[in-house]
Design a protein around this ligand. Structure first.
Ligand SMILES: [Fe+2]
Length: 435
């Protein structure tokens, strides 16, 4: 049985639903009634609109939030270029695109004093934020809470913790994100990440259309990720009149400006451009109850669509605990080649296509058209297994799937934690042909 992760006593409060137009205020009466920009907003607050889509996009796609804050975010000096650290942004052209299957061990522990942003390590990606298409894959390892505030103008950030609980303090409220849950920081929203322990995990940076729930088609009105399980924070603010550095990622580079106050000062807001958290234990896993198993698109939690119907810029797919009951069926993932590129990570447990070597915090990349599938040990075991109903329990893997080849960064290619001999997992697949 799966249950939602326990929340701590000081867990922040949330509003429920996916893509809703929420209304929330941290102080009663802070939100203007009847209009968005009154002559004098309540409590001496400033009104500011965050528009994440063009004004004239259709209602179903339109995203904007009105914020009522202590200071307008415009009150700041110039942004100055600062070093990018290990962050990289498309176009990815440091090294040639590589067709090989690649696997990494978990990231090494963070150098003491590393915060979430400094701990980001870009693995690769495709496309560019300057053209609004594509994505980047990052991992992170950090041991120190941020004091800066960060904002990404290049794309939204899907954060997948593998170790350590994150407290994500945003302009629009607080999110509590332990491993097993994910959070989404929308493009252009300011935030700070705090934690009481060393943390590690994965980030998908989506340059394209905002992640949304997939269509259900013949599944019907229920199943997969349910709208009501997505949690959006209630308004929360900090009133700090002291220097706070705001670091912005813009066009692939980091820029910093010194504010004289915290920009996390939104006392009330309403709108639908907001961060959210989702517990992967709430994902209703569907599968075959006869034979074979469906394509892994059935495990899609969120999808960023391209203009081509059904073609994703990014799919976030989760391989959660589930029953396998297929008769006369090879139950692990089959051998396959795929026009999509697949980056997989492991949050806990083991993955049913790899008997060993794919570890929590580690990752694999099977690029477009790369031949892959179960390793030799898994193939041997599953071909001989007695096909009784089987529960896959100790597992939580995920995939960032994308529509174009992923090109690695030089640092991901040369990383000490890249495994040198991943191809060897398929070397024991001997000839079994009997004419
Ligand atoms: Fe695959």
């Amino acid at each position: 049985m799966t249950t939602s992760s326990p929340e701590t006593p000081d867990s922040p409060d949330y509003l429920r639903g996916f893509g809703n137009h929420h209304v929330t205020e941290a102080i009663p009466g802070a939100l203007p009634q009847g209009r968005n920009s009154p002559q004098r907003p309540p409590l001496g607050l400033y009104a500011e609109q965050l528009s994440a889509t063009a004004f004239t996009q259709p209602r179903a796609a339109n995203r904007r939030t009105w914020a009522y804050r202590i200071r307008p975010s415009a009150a700041h000096p110039a942004f100055i270029r600062i070093p990018n650290g290990r962050l990289r942004t498309g176009p990815f052209n440091e090294i040639e695109p590589d067709p090989n299957r690649i696997r990494w061990d978990a990231m090494p522990p963070a150098t003491p004093g590393t915060d979430f942003v400094a701990g980001l390590f870009t693995v690769g990606g495709h496309g560019s934020p300057l053209t609004g298409m594509g994505m980047a894959i990052h991992t992170y390892a950090a041991d120190t809470s941020m004091t800066d505030v960060f904002v990404n103008a290049d794309g939204e950030l899907l954060i997948v913790p593998e170790q350590g609980r994150l407290r994500v303090l945003t302009e629009l409220g607080r999110l509590d994100v332990p491993p097993g849950q994910i959070c989404l920081i929308p493009r252009g929203l300011r935030f700070r990440v705090e934690h009481d322990e060393a943390v590690r995990g994965y980030v998908c940076e989506n340059y394209g259309a905002a992640l949304a729930l997939p269509e259900r088609g013949p599944i019907g009105a229920n199943g997969l990720a349910a709208e009501r399980d997505f949690r959006v924070p209630v308004a929360w603010f900090e009133d700090r009149e002291e220097p706070v550095r705001v670091v912005q990622k813009f066009g692939g580079n980091l820029w910093a400006a010194d504010y004289d106050h915290s920009p996390l000062d939104v006392v009330a807001w309403h709108g639908n451009h907001a961060p959210y958290v989702y517990d992967l234990a709430d994902f209703q896993v569907l599968g075959s109850i006869s034979f074979d198993h469906p394509d892994p698109s059935l495990f899609t939690v969120l999808t960023s669509q391209t203009p081509v119907p059904g073609l994703a810029n990014v799919d976030f797919v989760v391989f959660a605990p589930r029953w396998l009951v297929g008769e006369d069926t090879f139950r692990p993932p089959w051998f396959h080649r795929n026009v999509m590129a697949e980056y997989m990570g492991l949050i806990r447990g083991v993955y049913d296509a790899k008997a060993e070597g794919f570890v929590p915090g580690g990752a694999s990349l099977h690029n477009t058209w790369a031949s892959h599938g179960p390793d030799a040990a898994t193939h041997r075991g599953a071909s001989a297994a007695e096909l009784v109903p089987q529960k896959l329990d100790d597992t939580l893997a995920f995939m960032f799937e994308t529509n174009l080849p992923i090109t690695l960064t030089a640092q991901a290619w040369t990383a000490d934690h890249r495994q040198p001999d991943y191809d060897a997992v398929w070397s024991g697949l001997g000839r079994e042909f009997r004419a």
